[in-house]
Design a protein around this ligand. Structure first.
Ligand code: IVH
Length: 576
C-alpha cells in the first residue's frame, strides 16, 4: 500500500484505489499479456489519477503508476552498489562441453543425477533491482559487477518492473535480477516509427534496449517498449525458498515477468534436448536469444559448488550460433531482375551467420544504400533475423578505407546498356530495355517455365541462362523452336535429358488460359488477376484486343494496370 496523506482522507483513498487498479491492469497487460479492460478505459483511470496528483502534489509517491512517464533529465548517472556481486557465466560451445560441465557438477556434489533449470539467455542488458519493504528503491546496471550505474529513474518507466511488489512474503530487502530487452515485434514497430520520423533505425534489439536504458532523460526511456524478464535474485535479507525453480515461482507471484520457456530438466541429456528444441524454435520466439543458461536447481547444492573468480560453478551459458557477424563488402553489384528492376546487391566476404554462410545481402534500392551509407570496401555488420534474407544492419565507419566513395546507381543497364530510369513516386530504378535486355529475357523465360506458370520440368535457371547467352532463346516463343542438337549441346545435358526437356516443352503447348496469361509475366498481373482476365475474356486474342476501358470492367483491374496491360502484352505475346 502506498503512503498517503491522512489530511485528505477522501482524495487519498481514491488515489490509493486508482493506483491499485491501474497497477493491476498494468500487470494484466504487460506481464500476463492478458488485458482485462480496453486501452481507453485504462487511459481514463490514469488521467483521473494524474489530475488528482496535480491537485495534490504532496500525495505523489515514487511508486505511483504516474511516475512511469519519466522524470526530469539528470546530468549524469550516480552509482548503484550491488548487495552481492553480479557475476558472469562460463560459456559452453558444444554438447561435449555441456557433458563436461554436468560431470564436474555431479563430481562436485557426489550426485548421480542433477536437476537443472534451463532458461533462454536473453540478449539485452543485465539489471539489478533493489526492493526495500516491497518498494523499488534502486536499479543499477551490471557495471564492473560490484558497482553499476544508477538507472532507477529509467527503470521506473519499464512497465514489466513492479514499482511495488504484489502479494506478500517477500524479504525486507530483496535484489531481483534480470534482463531488459525489446521484443522483436516491438523492435520492428520502434524502427518503423523512427524511419517515419526521419531518425536512424537501431541496428538490433540489443542496441535499442541498451541505448534506451542509458538515457539521461527518462522520458526518452519511457517512450521505448522495454521489457524486463527476471532470471533470479541477488542479495536477500532472508532465504526465499530451497530451489531456483521455486524462487522463480515466488518472483512470478510478486509481479515479475518470468520467461515462459524456462523449464526444469534432468541431467546433461535433459539440457541437450532443451537446447535442440529451443534452437529449432529460435526464430519463432518473440525475443532474441544468444544462448541457453543451465543452472543447478537446488540452492544448497549451489552453495556447495561455489564460484571461481568470475563465474559460478553451478551454472553455464550454452552459446547459440551468432545471428550477427562482421565482414567486408567486396563489391556492390546492380542486379537486373525479371521486370528490369535494378537491385543493389552487396557481395560479401563469406561469413557464418546463425549457422549459415552468407556471401550476398540485398540492399533493396538506392535510398536504402544512401540511408545506410554502405560503400565498397566497408566493414559491415550482417544479421539474419528469423528466416529472412541476410541484412546489412550497420557500417563500421572507423574501418572505412580512405578511398571509399558513396555508391551510385549506374546511368545505364549493366547488362544491356539501356537507360536506367526511376519512375516518379517509386523507390526502384529500372532498365528500360524490356525484352531487349538479356537479363530480362532470362528473367522472363525463368518465370515462364516456373511451377505456377507453364511448369516446364528440367528447364532450370542455369540452362535458361546458357540458352539466352548463346542467342538460342530470346523470347519464350523461341523455346518451342529449340532442336534436339541445340538442347543436347548445353552443359550437363545428355541425349536423354534433352529428349525429356523437349517433351516437357511440347506438353506446355497445351495449357490453361489463366496459366498462360500468368506465364507471360505481365507487369502487375499475378495469378489472381490472370484468372480474372481469363474468365472475363475467354481467350488470349480477346485479352489482347481489349482496350483500357474494357480492361477496367474486370474485377480488381484498376486504371494503372489497365493502362499498362495493352502496352506490355504485344511485346511478350510472341509465345503462341
Ligand atoms: S544468470 C551468476 N540467466 O547473461 C549468474 N543470465 O553471461 C548470473 N543473461 O550478466 C546470470 N539471460 O546479463 C542468467 N536467463 C539468464 C540470462 C542471463 C541473459 C545474461 C546476464 C548475465 C550474462 C551472463
Amino acid at each position: 500500500m502506498s503512503s498517503v496523506d491522512s489530511r485528505q482522507p477522501g482524495v487519498a483513498q481514491r488515489i490509493a484505489e486508482l493506483r491499485q487498479t491501474i497497477d493491476y491492469h498494468n500487470y494484466r497487460y504487460y506481464v500476463l499479456d492478458d488485458p482485462q479492460i480496453a486501452d481507453i478505459e485504462y487511459d481514463r483511470l490514469l488521467r483521473e489519477l494524474q489530475e488528482l496528483e496535480t491537485q495534490h502534489p504532496e500525495l505523489v509517491t515514487p511508486d505511483s503508476p504516474t511516475q512511469r512517464v519519466g522524470a526530469e533529465p539528470i546530468a549524469a548517472f550516480g552509482e548503484a552498489r550491488h548487495g552481492v556481486p553480479m557475476l558472469s557465466l562460463d560459456n559452453i560451445f558444444s554438447e561435449a562441453e555441456l557433458e563436461d560441465f554436468d560431470r564436474r557438477v555431479r563430481e562436485g556434489l557426489g550426485w548421480e543425477h542433477v536437476d537443472y533449470v534451463a532458461e533462454p539467455k536473453l540478449d539485452g542488458l543485465s539489471v539489478n533491482l533493489r526492493y526495500q519493504d516491497g518498494l523499488l528503491v534502486q536499479a543499477g546496471t551490471r557495471g564492473d559487477g560490484r558497482v553499476g550505474e544508477d538507472i532507477t529513474a529509467n527503470i521506473r518507466t519499464v512497465r514489466t518492473v513492479p514499482l511495488r511488489l504484489q502479494g506478500d512474503g517477500w524479504p525486507e530487502l530483496l535484489e531481483v535480477r534480470g534482463e531488459v530487452v525489446i521484443r522483436r515485434a516491438d523492435f520492428q514497430r520502434l524502427n518503423e516509427l523512427r524511419l517515419d520520423q526521419g531518425e536512424k533505425p537501431f541496428a538490433n534489439p540489443r542496441n535499442a534496449a541498451a541505448g534506451s536504458l542509458r538515457q539521461l532523460d527518462p522520458r526518452i526511456t519511457a517512450a521505448r517498449p522495454l521489457s524486463f524478464f527476471t532470471f533470479g535474485t541477488g542479495a536477500s535479507s532472508e532465504p526465499i525458498d530451497g530451489s531456483h525453480s521455486a524462487v522463480l515461482e515466488r518472483l512470478r507471484q510478486w509481479g515479475f515477468l518470468v520467461n515462459d520457456q524456462v523449464k526444469k530438466v534432468v541431467g546433461a541429456e535433459g539440457c541437450e534436448t532443451y537446447y535442440r528444441d529451443l534452437l529449432a524454435r529460435r526464430d519463432e520466439l518473440p525475443f532474441e536469444i544468444d544462448g541457453i543458461v543451465y543452472k543447478v536447481d537446488d540452492l544448497a547444492a549451489r552453495e556447495e559448488l561455489g564460484f571461481t573468480a568470475r563465474a559460478p560453478r553451478w551454472a553455464a551459458a550454452h552459446k547459440l550460433p551468432a545471428v550477427e557477424a562482421s565482414t567486408r563488402v567486396a563489391s556492390i553489384e546492380p542486379s537486373v531482375g525479371r521486370t528490369g528492376v535494378i537491385t543493389p546487391v552487396a557481395n560479401l566476404e563469406p561469413v557464418a551467420v546463425g549457422g549459415v554462410t552468407v556471401s550476398r545481402a540485398t540492399l533493396h534500392n538506392l535510398d536504402e544504400v544512401r540511408r545506410k551509407d554502405v560503400r565498397e570496401g566497408d566493414t559491415v555488420m550482417v544479421r539474419r533475423a528469423g528466416d529472412v534474407i541476410p541484412e546489412i544492419t550497420a557500417v563500421v565507419v572507423d574501418k572505412r578505407p580512405a578511398a571509399a566513395e558513396p555508391w551510385e546507381m549506374p546511368a545505364s543497364c549493366p547488362v544491356c546498356g539501356s537507360e536506367v530510369q526511376r519512375l516518379e513516386g517509386q523507390a526502384a530504378h529500372r532498365c528500360i530495355g524490356g525484352l531487349y535486355c538479356p537479363a530480362q529475357q532470362v528473367g522472363a523465360v525463368i518465370h515462364f517455365a516456373s511451377r505456377k506458370a507453364m511448369d516446364i520440368d528440367g528447364l532450370g535457371d542455369k540452362l535458361i541462362e546458357q540458352l539466352v547467352n548463346k542467342g538460342l532463346v530470346r523470347t519464350v516463343a523461341d523455346l518451342f523452336a529449340l532442336s534436339h542438337e541445340q538442347v543436347a549441346g548445353q552443359e550437363r545435358m545428355g541425349d536423354k535429358s534433352a529428349d525429356n526437356l523437349l517433351k516437357a516443352i511440347d506438353r506446355a503447348r497445351k495449357t490453361t488460359l489463366p496459366r498462360l496469361i500468368y506465364a507471360l509475366g505481365i507487369d502487375q498481373v499475378g495469378e489472381v488477376t490472370a484468372n480474372q482476365l481469363a474468365q472475363h475474356f475467354g481467350d488470349l486474342d480477346a485479352v489482347m484486343q481489349a482496350d483500357e476501358e474494357a480492361l477496367q470492367t474486370v474485377p480488381d483491374i484498376g486504371p494503372v494496370v489497365a493502362k499498362a496491360l495493352p502496352i506490355s502484352l504485344p511485346s511478350r505475346i510472341t509465345a503462341t
